[in-house]
Design a protein around this ligand. Structure first.
Ligand SMILES: [Zn+2]
Ligand SMILES: [Zn+2]
Length: 444
């Protein structure tokens, strides 16, 4: 009702409310917490909590965690091993870094039209062309992550894993009829989804293919949905997207082992990449071996932190994020989620195949200032590491030490206005993984 409320203050107020309710227990158990028979870490404090509900039951996770014995289509063997450590601190690496591999229709997942229609597959109707305004309703929300949003540069790009959950029943609507609400949302989406995007980042797939000159067969690849209400801030996976410490980029990450062209009844692709590829999240086990062993993986991260009001701020472009810079940003107490946009965005570093060591990130003193002087529990950054290269491990150690701060890296913050949004970030439920691809969207 207040004409132009101070957005920062509003955010602080909302953040404070969230803090009170997030400690409620879960009444919706499905997965056990990891066993803690490990004698090295008998500390009760080192028992991760694995939840199916968050924020006192407001957020319900309706996606299955990945496990080796979950069923695979038409198989007696289950999905088998899908995760392994590529670099291990036990073997002297500076961090734990795992890699994952599975068929894109594993566990809770989505189908795109190209799954059963070869001409749609060839025309590029992959999972990255699905409408986020359909996948995300405004009352009974189902938020979805597609981990492999694929660019046209990959011929095999199609299906992906996702994670969905129902969130945010507004307190004002006492007991709304969910069916009616859902129908209303659908109708609105149908009307407004034709609006054009003013936030271009990826081209629509090439349609030079002479077989499908039909204009109806040109998929639209969007960065905004529902007339600009939903902004996609995750990068689509590309073979030439940068990989940490590498000149070669991510390389091939998607294959088509079952192809309709070769007589299969459907197209079924398979994907493989490091869990810190592209837009992703770090769990405490990434840089702390005792947290890794105790089970503090991405499936233990708090969805109530990953979803909620967030502030997008511009960082001074001439330096790393130091204590001095943090102080100069004047982020009020109570603000719990901040996305830091830096020179990395201006330099378009996520669009360059070669890893750039001169990227901007947190210096150790900046990380410590954040821990000591703010209430920030989610830190987002626009390149592959939240920490500047010179303080790579020290900054990670400071931020992850208390296990209450979540780091989201590799965000796509081009052409988004600084300010306050509702942030929704969903990692994959990769039990045992210290990192995960993550789909993040902003809702105005
Ligand atoms: Zn990472
Ligand atoms: Zn990191």
């Amino acid at each position: 009702m207040a004409a132009t409320p101070n957005p920062i203050l509003l955010l602080a107020a909302i953040a404070t409310i969230a803090t009170v309710s997030s400690s409620a227990s879960s009444a919706h158990p499905a997965y056990d917490s990891p066993a803690t028979s490990c004698p090295t870490f008998a500390d009760a404090d080192l028992v991760p909590i694995r939840r199916e509900e968050y924020d006192g039951g407001r957020i319900l996770d309706i996606t299955h965690a990945y496990h080796e014995d979950m069923p695979a289509f038409e198989s007696d063997d289950g999905i088998g091993q899908f995760l392994w450590l590529r670099e291990s601190m036990k073997n002297g690496s500076f961090a734990n870094i795992s890699e994952m591999k599975f068929v894109t229709h594993t566990g809770t997942h989505v189908d795109a039209p190209g799954h059963f229609y070869q001409h749609y597959f060839e025309a590029g109707f992959d999972v990255d062309t699905l409408d986020l305004a359909i996948l995300n309703g405004s009352y009974h929300l189902i938020h979805v992550i597609f981990v492999c949003s694929i660019s046209r540069s990959s011929n095999y790009s199609r299906f992906v894993f996702f994670r969905s959950r129902i969130t945010e029943l507004p307190p004002m609507a006492a007991t709304p009829n969910p069916i009616l609400l859902l129908a209303a949302v659908t109708a609105i989406a149908a009307v407004s989804s034709a609006a054009s995007s003013a936030h271009p980042a990826y081209d629509s797939p090439a349609t030079s293919c002479s077989t499908f000159a039909d204009a109806d067969l040109v998929p639209i690849r969007r960065e905004e949905y529902d007339g600009g209400r939903i902004l996609d801030i995750s990068h689509a996976y590309r073979e030439d997207m940068p990989a940490f410490d590498s000149d070669d980029g991510v390389g091939q990450f998607l294959w088509l082992p079952k192809s309709m062209k070769n007589g299969s009844i459907a197209n079924n692709s398979e994907m493989k990449f490091g869990t810190h590829t592209g837009t992703h999240v770090d769990a405490p086990g990434h840089v702390f071996q005792h947290y890794f062993e105790a089970g503090f993986d991405v499936d233990t991260l708090d969805l109530a932190i990953l979803n909620g009001p967030a502030l997008l701020v511009d960082v001074p472009r001439d330096k790393n994020i130091t204590a001095e810079v943090m102080e100069s940003l004047h982020i009020p107490r109570g603000v719990r989620r901040v996305l830091f946009r830096t020179l990395n965005t201006d330099r378009k570093l996520m669009w360059k195949k070669e890893f750039d060591y001169t990227y901007v990130g947190f210096m150790k003193d900046g990380a410590q200032w954040l821990v000591d002087n703010t209430d920030i529990k989610l830190v987002g950054i626009d390149y592959l590491s939240v920490a500047a290269y010179d303080d790579l491990i020290p900054s990670h150690l400071v931020l992850l030490k208390n296990r209450d701060i979540i780091l989201v890296e590799g965000l796509k913050l081009e052409n988004v206005e600084a300010g306050i949004y509702t942030l929704h970030c969903l990692p994959l439920r990769l039990i045992g993984a210290e990192g995960s691809p993550i789909r993040c969207i902003l809702i105005k």
